[in-house]
Design a protein around this ligand. Sequence first.
Ligand code: NAD
Length: 359
Amino acid sequence: MKKIAIFAGDGIGPEIVAAARQVLDAVDQAAHLGLHCTEGLVGGAALDASDDPLPVASLQLAMAADAVILGAVGGPRWDAYPPAKRPEQGLLRLRKGLDLYANLRPAQIFPQLLDASPLRPELVRDVDILVVRELTGDIYFGQPRGLEVVDGKRRGFNTMVYDEDEIRRIAHVAFRAAQGRRKQLCSVDKANVLETTRLWREVVTEVARDYPDVQLSHMYVDNAAMQLIRAPAQFDVLLTGNMFGDILSDEASQLTGSIGMLPSASLGEGRAMYEPIHGSAPDIAGQDKANPLATILSVAMMLRHSFHAESWAQRVEAAVQRVLDQGLRTADIAAPGASVIGTKAMGAAVVNALSLKDQ
Ligand code: NAD
């Protein structure tokens, strides 16, 4: 039996997760994967129920699971809460508690949605990038950090730090991912200025010896930010640290122009969480308007990375392509004036497009 913990969260979370669950259940029935799903509370929903955005029971549920599916957290109802009690803290604590150090964010162009990109179609037509971002180290967690007053002047400081083990384990994840793709890995750093990233470059170069089939290149982060706009199709796998990855993965995702389409995986040793990259979209929550495809594609990533069901992952991805080919669109990806369908109908359409009858 494979255990999945499901945290629908807030806003559109319950709607998109329900649609993704339909797809997951259909795959499970056809593929006999033996999945067992249990739902838990995180974010605002957990705050309402227990005054804690990540109750102990939720963390335990996630720790005991083979994989976690998360919708999204947050919303204006909880905006006035103190920082430690905000819904987003629940998500951060969940990632940290599971030691999910590798964040994988594919930014892939769907040819059917080419016009949604803010860049010219000829620049983005062939974009298929996987950003691999280190998620539990770097300047976001380094000590010392703080605010202080020195000689009457306020000062803020943070510490950028990586040890070689942290770099090595994320590098292995990226090289293995590249092996399953076009075998090109670009490691992004600022080795001309920062010692931390000079070590990063050294260790990534050492790890490369284990992967002679992968072509490794290095790029400074400022250049990478520029190249992602100038010629994004040049990248296959982009490997980088937590802070640079935070920025570059958002930049890469926007090349596609459709936040409702992009999934993500956060992986640790034997643990994993899958979630769409977007937030809880309170402006459209409860209206059957949200695009569930990012969450459905996150389920495909789960099948691939946690359950080694590559052919089923590909079937889910193909089903998403098929519904787009059929012209089915939620409002966020529809051309002006085109007809749109709701969250539920989109989920059902993907289930239909899985064509499971021949199983
Ligand atoms: P957002 O991603 O929720 O929404 C940005 C815009 O994109 C909105 O107009 C929204 O309607 C639209 N959108 C997002 N997902 C969509 C989907 N699946 N289908 C159709 N349209 C979609 O970002 P925001 O408005 O900045 O944040 C809203 C709340 O979500 C905040 O409380 C924020 O903290 C939280 N948030 C959570 C996560 C997470 O759970 N991982 C990530 C980002 C933001």
